[in-house]
Write a protein of this length. Sequence first.
Length: 190
Amino acid sequence: MAKGPAVEAVESHVRTFFEGHPVEVVEHDLGPGRREVLAGLRVLVVGPGPRGGCWTYVTAGCSAGAQTDGRGLEFVMTAPVRDPRFVELMAMIAYYHCGGHRLDLEHSMPIGEPWVPGSACDHLLISLPYLHGPDLEHCPLPEGHARVLWALPVTAAEIRYRRQHGHEALERLFDEARIVPTDLFRASVV
């Protein structure tokens, strides 16, 4: 698959931000009927390094597949281990977003199963990339810019709470509980 200029820009941005970390580009084939939606999708797998000891997974291709007025989104997820499951989840969120369910800040999506077997988290909450900050969030593209937002694994109960009390209220609960967002088996805060 050929890389387009937007995909190259995202990859360059991620490599610059995570300087000193190993970065692998993984092409994920979404399969027949889905492949056409995101023909250039890649997932950048960033290993531990100077910015932290976890693994980070970043989409590269969403912003090219679903742009509005030169603005697009990419997604980031951080986990304590390297696992092909997280590449699959990033491809899933990319397809969900570009395939007709446009995501944005404070949106969520059901995964349909725990993010890892045995976890209570079965949804992804789209949030600011708090673990990485605005330098990763703002990614220049050749003809616009992409915003890199965090896909945070959360529970169905937390999504219900957010719907009743708002996104900020849920984030306050996360802060009060001092959740470790990379804990694969963290308990629900509600």
